[in-house]
Design a protein around this ligand. Sequence first.
Ligand SMILES: [Fe+2]
Ligand SMILES: [Fe+2]
Length: 209
Amino acid sequence: MTYVLSQDALQQIIQVAQGFYARKDRAHDLEHALRVREWGRKLALEEGADIIVIELAALLHDIGRSGAVEKTHAESSAGLAVNILQKNGYSEGIVKQVKEAIISHSREAGHEPKTLEAKILYDADKLDFVGAIGLGRLFTWAGVQGWTLVGENSCEKFYHDRICSYRDHLFTQSAKAYFDPLFLYMEGFWQQLRAERLKLSNSGQADTI
Ligand SMILES: [Fe+2]
Ligand SMILES: [Fe+2]
């Protein structure tokens, strides 16, 4: 038997989450949380995980980003999520599992995903940073950070340093299978960008006197 959140329960959590996500960082907004929920449901079905825990964790996983130090946002999101779920009458077991998943969805605070649900949330979050959606989020995030296209503190550097290493850290086979074609699309974009820049700089040199 597969249990999912009822429409009422879903809307209740979305409504609360919306308030936290209503800020200028559009790379980590409610839309991102909803897509992570979709990825999470897909992976949970394939991996046999608890869908309700994953749906709740996905919807609330970045609510602590607003005003928090980025590195510890997983911890602040987890704390806020616990309060929200307790207020809405969720069982101790669900609250504990959701907390565990949220706190380890970003490795920057030093928590490793241990449960299957935590691993799936981790993977689902990374899947939203590849493909055309991933590129859109990358440039949106660059706007928040003030990054240039290439060079130090740039979109290209974030792509190389972070996104390119995501594949090695994914936990589930299902996530790896979804990741590969999306990553290839993204890699194609950067190859095209390098080719365009090279062509432009070469064509400029011919006119120099
Ligand atoms: Fe996050
Ligand atoms: Fe996220």
